[in-house]
Write a new protein. Structure first.
Length: 201
């Protein structure tokens, strides 16, 4: 709340000002070609948004992440089979190895006529594409476990939080300690001592 609301309000103001100052014009030819290929490949309808709604609803109601993602993925596969005429086999393959434009089963659609930008946009995804990220997460969690069990993280964070007396001070301390980690590792998460300090405030 302390960080997301100001960030949201700032972004809303900036994008509103930029939007009001910009002027619409003719759609570039390349954009028109991309939209044309997408319209030729897919049958658009409101039910295609259901997987996104499931993820957002699960996040809002704080449901377990993995079951929500599995339900959303299953719903997306059903949508692909029912509305986009993708075979069940290709739906499973897309979930594992990623989607390919040749999997589209819409009548009259020719995958060979799709421009390169559309292929680059669509030919991706699948669980295998995330294996590298999952391996990094696994190693990071293992390292965090060692640091947490050894007690070194508690000592470090407690020293940083000694002068903290307010919510603003906690946020400032979190930013200061997170910045070097983000710079070197490009990722970080709130630690248990930070959570404990937040509860005390």
């Amino acid at each position: 709340m302390w960080t997301t609301v100001p960030a949201f309000l700032t972004s809303a103001v900036i994008y509103t000002v930029l939007g009001l100052r910009s002027h619409g014009g003719a759609v570039p030819e390349k954009v028109g070609a991309i939209l044309g290929d997408l319209d030729a490949a897919f049958n658009w309808n409101i039910l295609l948004l259901l997987p996104v709604v499931i993820v957002l609803g699960g996040s809002m109601w704080k449901k377990p992440t993995i079951p929500v993602m599995l339900v959303s993925a299953a719903c997306a596969m059903v949508n692909a089979v029912v509305f986009e005429h993708v075979s069940f086999k290709n739906a499973i393959v897309a979930g594992v190895d990623g989607f390919d434009v040749t999997m589209v089963g819409k009548a009259g659609f020719d995958p060979s006529g799709v421009i390169e930008d559309v292929s680059r946009l669509l030919n991706r995804g699948g669980m295998n594409s995330m294996m590298g990220v999952l391996l990094i997460c696994f190693c990071a969690i293992s390292f965090a476990g060692v640091v947490s069990v050894s007690g070194s993280l508690d000592v470090l964070i407690s020293r940083v939080l000694e002068p903290v007396r307010s919510t603003f001070g906690l946020i400032l301390a979190t930013i200061v300690t997170d910045a070097p980690i983000r710079f070197h590792a490009a990722a970080c998460a709130i630690s248990e001592p930070d959570r404990d300090a937040l509860r005390e405030l």
